[in-house]
Write a protein that binds this ligand. Structure first.
Ligand code: ATP
Ligand code: MG
Ligand code: ZN
Length: 255
C-alpha cells in the first residue's frame, strides 16, 4: 500500500512561515508544486513504456566511441537547454528527427516530464491515435465529446505529438495537422514533435538503395504533413537531428 509522506517543512499544510525583517508571513511551500507535478504526470497520457524515461537515464556511448559519444552528448545538451529555457517565446517548440529506435520518444517524454515539474500542463498524443480520435469526433453518429481530442490538441499548454506524419496522407490529414500546427504557432503554444520521416533540412538523406541497388526516394516529412505545417514547425521549433543507430536492436544484440 502506498503511504503518503507528510512534508517535513510545512507539516502538510502547504504553507510555511517565513521571517522578513522582523515581519513573519505565510508563503506557499515548495511541496505544492511537487503535488501539482505528479497530478500533471497522471493526466499527461504518457504510455507506460516511457513512464520512467528521463534525461538522467538516457545513455550516451562510452569513450571507446568518441564520435557517437560527442554527437549524442550534444543532442542531450540541446534538450537540456530547451527544458532549462522553457518557455521560450520566440521558439516555443522542439522537433526531434531521426531513424527508428534512436531515442526520440524517450527524449521527448523526458523533456515534458521536466516541463511538468516546472508546473506546465503537458499532453502526450501519438499522432495516429490523435487523428483517429479527431476523425471519429467528426463522424455524425459518434458522440460529440470526441471533439475534445481536437480541442485538447489546440488548447493544452504543451502538446507532445509523437511520430508525426505516420499516417496515410490525405487532404483531411494534411488540413488537420496544418490547422493544429498553425494554431499553436500563431498562439506561441509549445509543441514537441518527433518523426522518423526523412527531413532534408535536418540533414536526413531521403534517397536509399533498393535491394537491386537502384536509388529509391523515400517520402519526406513535407510529403506526409504538407508544406505549410512543415514550414511552421521549422519556424517555431528547435530542430534536433538524432544520430546513431537503433537502440532497440543494439540492446537486443548485447543480451
Ligand atoms: N540513449 C538511450 N539511452 C537509454 N535508452 C534509450 C536510448 N535510446 C533509446 N532508448 C530506449 O530505446 C527504446 C527505443 O527508443 P525510442 O522509442 O525513444 O525511439 P524512437 O526514436 O522514438 O523510435 P521510433 O522512430 O520507432 O518511434 C526506448 O525504450 C528508449 O527508452
Ligand atoms: Mg518514437
Ligand atoms: Zn510542504
Amino acid at each position: 500500500m502506498a503511504t503518503e509522506t507528510v512534508c517535513a517543512k510545512c507539516g502538510g499544510t502547504g504553507w510555511i512561515i517565513v521571517e522578513h525583517a522582523n515581519v513573519s508571513g505565510a508563503e506557499p511551500c515548495a511541496c505544492r508544486n511537487e503535488g501539482r507535478a505528479s497530478r500533471l504526470e497522471e493526466r499527461a497520457q504518457i504510455p507506460p513504456l516511457y513512464r520512467n524515461a528521463s534525461l538522467e537515464n538516457f545513455n550516451v556511448p562510452g569513450p571507446d566511441n568518441p564520435i557517437a559519444r560527442r554527437e549524442l552528448t550534444n543532442v542531450l545538451l540541446a534538450v537540456k537547454n530547451f527544458v532549462r529555457d522553457f518557455p521560450n517565446e520566440n521558439r516555443p517548440g522542439l522537433l526531434l528527427v531521426g531513424d527508428p529506435g534512436t531515442g526520440k520518444t524517450h527524449l521527448a517524454v523526458a523533456a515534458i516530464r521536466q516541463i511538468m515539474a516546472k508546473g506546465f500542463e503537458c499532453l502526450f498524443w501519438d499522432y495516429q491515435t490523435l487523428l483517429n480520435s479527431i476523425r471519429s469526433g467528426y463522424d455524425a453518429s459518434s458522440n460529440s465529446s470526441n471533439r475534445e481530442a481536437y480541442r485538447a490538441a489546440l488548447d493544452t499548454e504543451v502538446l507532445l505529438l509523437d511520430d508525426l506524419g505516420a499516417q496515410r496522407v490525405t487532404d483531411w490529414v494534411e488540413d488537420t495537422v496544418t490547422s493544429i500546427v498553425t494554431h499553436r504557432a500563431n498562439h506561441r503554444k509549445p509543441l514537441i514533435a518527433t518523426t522518423n520521416l526523412p527531413e532534408p533540412d535536418a540533414g536526413s538523406s531521403f534517397i536509399q538503395r533498393s535491394a537491386l541497388g537502384t536509388p529509391e526516394y523515400r517520402k519526406t516529412l513535407a510529403d506526409h504533413i504538407g508544406p505549410r505545417a512543415r514550414s511552421r514547425l521549422f519556424e517555431m521549433c528547435t530542430v534536433i537531428r538524432m544520430p546513431g543507430d537503433d537502440y532497440r536492436l543494439r540492446k537486443a544484440r548485447t543480451l
